[in-house]
Design a protein around this ligand. Structure first.
Ligand code: OSB
Ligand code: MG
Length: 374
């Protein structure tokens, strides 16, 4: 295969409900959508789901754009390849910048699948036809507002709720949700929002029957995480800490977590995500599929990854309508009784809706393999 043209777009989607984490609040998202095209007319789509601000990680929409234009696209344009893993290796020349790399690698997987008429899930060894799905609920202005959100999504059939917590918004809201929904699977996500000297509030969450506590401390503070894990009965899950298969092995060796959130963008692509899945399977560590509010492109790729056998907790891959009024893909991704079907078409299995794409596009950049003006 040979990628002859690459089109980058910044696409904006308004959120149906503002989302607040331990670091910030958002009402819309700008993601970079990537279209790769071969000379014989096959195409593939990928998504960089980087937040606009460098709070979850160091990347932003703007850094993804810059690194794609100046470093990543030139590494693959006009280069012959047979398997997407070769694209992953080429992109690995750039250090860090995982969200940017993940987007372009995803596009190469989609292209590869479409050109061969193969589903991404099948190419990866997916075994589950549909993925058990939960929702991630942000910090709300009041406990009443949070309970309304839980109510809506439990009524929609989602299999678990994940509550964002931060110092000052933890034990009380979690207790309230637990009291109102004693049978619902509940977990919490701190997004690195606690310092090790604030571990008392985390210990106070023990005994509330949570499925897990996700990423309490800074991404690189594996020792504090290991120390907390020892003192908690609730399993500790790692998200931001696990940036590569090597970091996973280190974290597991230290006992820093016993459940892993596998996120394609944080790991820098599907190849690394599958590797982390496989390592966890061998180590007897269950995983689940996290998300970054992906539009339909990244959401479809997440579903393919989440169909692998060691995804054993409900994922964050909810229906598009949880976040967006109109997604950029057809058919939209939907949840039925908390199950989201893995797309059936070739590649990522969904198509771009050109009208929605045009309406939501804020910036376009086109590149060709031999420097011709596109
Ligand atoms: O930690 O999983 C996270 C959104 C932005 C930044 C970090 C996280 C999240 C989510 C979104 O929880 C989950 C989803 O995509 O539905
Ligand atoms: Mg998380």
């Amino acid at each position: 295969m040979l990628i002859d043209r690459i089109e980058l777009r910044v696409v904006r989607n308004e959120l149906v409900h503002e989302f607040e984490t331990s670091s910030h609040r958002k009402s819309y998202l700008d993601h970079v959508l990537i279209r790769v095209v071969t000379a014989d007319g096959f195409e593939g789509w990928g998504e960089c789901a980087s937040p606009s601000d460098p709070y979850y990680c160091g990347e932003t929409t703007e850094t993804c754009w810059q690194v794609l234009v100046h470093h990543l696209a030139p590494l693959v344009l006009g280069v012959r390849w047979d398997e997407p893993v070769e694209i992953a290796r080429l992109l690995g020349k750039v250090s860090g910048n995982h969200f940017a790399r993940a987007g372009l690698e995803m596009a190469s997987w989609d292209l590869y699948g479409r050109a061969r008429g193969a589903r991404l899930a099948d190419l990866l060894g997916g075994t589950q036809p549909a993925v058990s799905s939960g929702v991630s609920l942000g910090v709300e202005p009041t406990i009443g507002a949070l309970l309304q959100q839980v109510d809506k999504h439990v009524a929609d059939g989602y299999h678990r709720v994940k509550l964002k917590i931060r110092p000052g918004w933890d034990v009380e809201p979690v207790r309230a949700v637990r009291a109102a929904y004693p049978d619902v699977l509940v977990q919490v996500d701190a997004n690195c929002g606690y310092r090790p000297d604030q571990r008392e509030s985390l210990l106070a969450l023990d005994g509330l029957g949570l499925a897990m506590i996700e990423q309490p401390f800074a991404a690189d503070d594996l020792l504090s995480s290991a120390a907390l894990a020892k003192d908690l009965e609730t399993p500790l899950c790692l998200d931001e800490s696990i940036t590569s298969p090597a970091m996973l092995r280190t974290a597991l060796a230290l006992g820093a977590g016993s459940i892993i959130n596998v996120k394609v963008s944080r790991l820098g692509g599907i190849v690394a995500a599958v590797e982390v899945h496989d390592l966890c399977l061998d180590a007897g560590v269950p995983v689940w599929c996290g998300g970054m509010h992906e539009f339909g492109v990244g959401r479809a790729a997440n579903l393919a990854v989440a169909s692998l056998p060691n995804f054993r907790f409900p994922s964050d891959v909810s229906g598009s309508d949880k976040y967006y009024r109109r997604d950029v893909v057809v058919p939209p991704i939907t949840s039925v009784d908390g199950m989201v079907r893995v797309p059936r078409g070739p590649g990522i299995g969904v198509d771009i809706d050109p009208a929605v794409l045009a309406e939501h596009t804020r910036r376009v950049h086109r590149m060709v393999s031999d420097g011709r003006v596109p």
